[in-house]
Design a protein around this ligand. Sequence first.
Ligand code: SDX
Length: 392
Amino acid sequence: QTGAITLDPGYKNSGSCKSEITFLDGEKGILRYRGYSIEDLAGKSNFIEVSYLLIFGELPTAAELDKFENTIRKYTLVNEEMKNIIDGFPKTAHPMGVLASLTSALTAFNPKSADVNNEKEMYEAVCKTMAKFLVIATWTYRKAKGYPLNYYDNTKGYVENFMQLMFGLPTAPYTPDPVVVNALDKLFILHADHEQNCSTSTVRIVGSSHAGLFASISAGVSALWGPLHGGANQAVLEMLEEIQANGGDADKYLEKAKDKNDPFRLMGFGHRVYKNFDPRAKIIKKAADDVLASLGVDDPILDIAKKLEASALEDEYFKSRNLYPNVDFYSGIIYRAMGIPTEMFTVLFAIGRLPGWIAQWKEMRVNKEPIGRPRQVYVGEQLRDFKAVNER
Ligand code: SDX
């Protein structure tokens, strides 16, 4: 593979790992899930099918897809006692903190979720996690709004259920806009996996101690929450809204981002691996135009984003550092047009990333990888004699 890395013999302890799931080439801006290009999958597949591909390694036959969806439907009820846990949170709690807690709490109601000692147990654990995570993720929004918590509708599709779980109300029938469901399906595919990013590495290392899948995913949610990682999609919107509130002068913020004395960074720009355009950003930028046009939304925030991007791509500071828009730069604009509140943007990232986390955790367990134990370069004090307090 172009861009493949050679693992040092001690890779088992170096924090690197071998994987067959996702390939990305940061120089060329290439992203593939199990060998299929992200462009093909985003354009021709759907989120549940891509989830199956990531987790089991092959695009499913119609029968395999049917079995996968029906097994997920077996587990879409969440134990009613989980509502006592969510009731303990203030309405102002950030949804990612609630989601991390509820995900970990699922272990309490599914004590055997750590037992994945054969293919059947693994398959059931995978489907149970896909089912319950989606439901509790939407509960974080319902709790904040003071709305009743919704149930998954087994007659509807997975992404359509996200919308009805989020926005369905007992007072009137609810049918989500198919434009929104299709756009969300594509966005979830684009977020589904991304090799050994911060949150995925977290899921793998927590799982390497043989902690259960819910506990490992909960750790991944916490890692994703950070504004340098998945929290960036919320931070991008807050940045664009601030630029808009201050007269829309994008270039002033570009200068702030370049000022080393200013902690401000251009959110949604830069990447640890991509030193070229993030291929997902290109697809999402096009989707933003399409979705806003289909929904008849004319959002000046999108114009500010495009102006900011154009200026940054021309700017020597950004060009010399290979800083390009990443997956988070445009996604929030689409979520906002869909009526998703800003504080839920990273929860949507987590829903999209869930199959990737599951796939990577499963690969690590099936390969019987050793417990993660990254080593360090010690740069502290050499041996020295102890001094009693009156000698210090
Ligand atoms: C995600 O890893 C993944 O795959 C993550 C992800 C996934 O799918 O899982 O792709 C999702 O997390 C995308 C990234 C979302 N985060 C943001 O958009 C936050 C803004 N971006 C930056 O914080 C930053 O670019 C990071 C955190 C993404 C990368 O940080 P690095 O690796 O520390 O950046 P770098 O070392 O390559 O930076 C090189 C230079 C530095 O300046 P100098 O020391 O050379 O003078 O570029 C500067 C940085 O200060 N720089 C920026 C910048 N990003 C890097 N300057 C201004 N604005 C920025 N956004």
